[in-house]
Design a protein around this ligand. Structure first.
Ligand code: IFM
Length: 447
């Protein structure tokens, strides 16, 4: 594997999944606090009131990052910690936490990469309509500017919204994620308003390097049957092109709008397409789809009873391709990442790229103080090799962030799915480096 000398080697987390301390220092309530308190929403009734206690243990965690040799750390800011009601008053103590964290990172020579929204909407904004309400996008832009004013002296690279597809369609269509609504038409509005939030905020973060963050899946038809080919077009449109064309071209793909039976004004689409400096890509798995009747209706493999996130495409089936799977049931295909990167270079050539999340959950076992996660090592190695080959083929890929630095709260799956390079013993909060952490560290050091 070959990487440029200035390649950004990182690992990623998000606020709600790690911080805990959900009532500390004036933090407001988020939609995930409300959601996790509802019976049946999260496996085993898990919640994130403590999570992995990063709010109190961030120094230890930064120390681990330094030992691993990370060059960058991608984290998110909790909106309700900084602006408890989602509008108006800023909570100085909330911002102070991120000042302490970023200071500590910088002291250890680790670049802080900040994501402004990783799904923890202030509950007050959900009560005002949530993401289907256009006003939420404007509230986000105000919040983004406040965080930027406070941290722009420390943070150079900013991401707006993490994985808007998930926030919109798992939150408002399938109901698998907070706020748990199953209102397909509202989910489409939410998707547009998340994109609008990105565009409005990007225009306010002047002087910083700004990117949007999308979760992409290469989609292939199960056969050359026209129904399968059209299913692949539809799912690629809903999952990938709606967001990519919106963010990078300022114009949504007409076929996707037609599939959904919606339209958005040209002015709005141009707002979505604000100039940005880089695109953050989260990649986990490929999709193989069929449009023939009778298959399973959703790829989300939700752990709890939910609807379909595929608005207007509920008839599409997601088929396995016989590839090995992670403990999420997601197929492992490093070449899918390479295809995704090559496609981006072909279809959106001007934009620098970063893999901002990539990783795998496996059923890790702690034995004699060690975790021999050989499958995760193979996963990382395969995907990094795909990155290296893509760079070789001319893809402007500037960095790679493993998901995740540490085991954490995996949303509706609770703590049962471990994605970390670092094992967390949840009852004691002890951190233990898995073999994959050692492997990643050696890879960074020798690159
Ligand atoms: O844990 C999530 C993360 O919050 C967003 N991207 C996918 C990860 C694994 O499901």
């Amino acid at each position: 594997m070959k990487f440029p000398a200035n390649f950004v080697w990182g690992a990623a987390t998000s606020a709600y999944q790690i911080e805990g301390s959900t009532t500390a220092d004036g933090r407001g309530v988020s939609i995930w606090d409300t959601f996790t308190a509802q019976p049946g929403r999260v496996v085993a009734g898990d919640h994130a009131q403590v999570a992995i206690d990063h709010y109190n243990r961030y120094r230890e965690d930064v120390q681990i990052m330094a030992e691993l040799g990370l060059k960058a750390y991608r984290f998110s800011v909790s909106w309700p910690r900084v602006q408890p009601d989602g509008a108006g008053r800023i909570n100085a103590k909330g911002l102070d936490f991120y000042r302490r964290l970023t200071d500590d990172l910088l002291e250890h020579g680790i670049q802080p990469w900040l994501t402004l929204y990783h799904w923890d909407l202030p509950q007050a904004l959900e009560e005002a309509g949530g993401w289907p309400n256009r006003d939420t996008a404007y509230r986000f832009a105000d919040y983004a500017e406040a965080v930027h004013d406070a941290l722009k002296d420390r943070v150079h690279t900013w991401a707006t919204v993490n994985e808007p597809w998930c926030a919109a369609f798992l939150g408002y269509a399938s109901g698998e994620h907070a706020p748990g609504r199953r209102e397909p038409a509202q989910a489409v509005q939410a998707a547009h308003h998340l994109n609008l939030a990105h565009g409005l905020a990007a225009r306010r973060l002047t002087g910083s390097r700004v990117g949007g963050c999308v979760n992409l899946y290469p989609v292939r038809p199960a056969s050359d049957d026209p129904r399968d080919v059209d299913a692949a077009r539809r799912i690629d449109g809903a999952q990938n092109r709606f967001f990519l064309d919106g963010l990078l071209k300022g114009a949504y793909p007409q076929d996707v709008l037609d599939d959904w039976g919606v339209s958005f004004s040209q002015e709005d689409q141009e707002l979505v397409g604000a100039p940005i400096d880089l695109l953050l890509i989260n990649y986990y798995s490929p999709y193989t789809v069929s449009g023939a009747p009778g298959g399973k209706a959703s790829a989300s493999a939700a752990p709890t009873d939910t609807g379909s996130p595929w608005v207007g495409n509920e008839h599409v089936s997601f088929l396995g391709d016989g590839l090995p799977t992670t403990s999420m049931g997601w197929e492992v295909e490093p070449d899918g990442l390479k295809r995704t990167l090559l496609r981006l270079k072909r279809d959106y050539p001007a934009i620098p790229l970063v893999v901002s999340e990539n990783g795998a959950a496996y059923d890790d076992v702690l034995e004699d103080g060690a975790v021999h996660d050989t499958e995760r090592v193979a996963f990382l190695e395969g995907h990094l090799r795909a990155c290296s080959e893509a760079i070789e083929a001319g893809v402007p890929l500037e960095g790679y962030f493993a998901w995740s630095l540490m085991d954490n709260f995996e949303w509706a799956w609770g703590y049962g799915k471990r994605f970390g390079l670092v094992y967390v013993d949840f009852p004691t909060q002890k951190r233990i480096l898995k073999d994959s952490a050692h492997w990643y560290s050696r890879t960074i050091m020798s690159a």
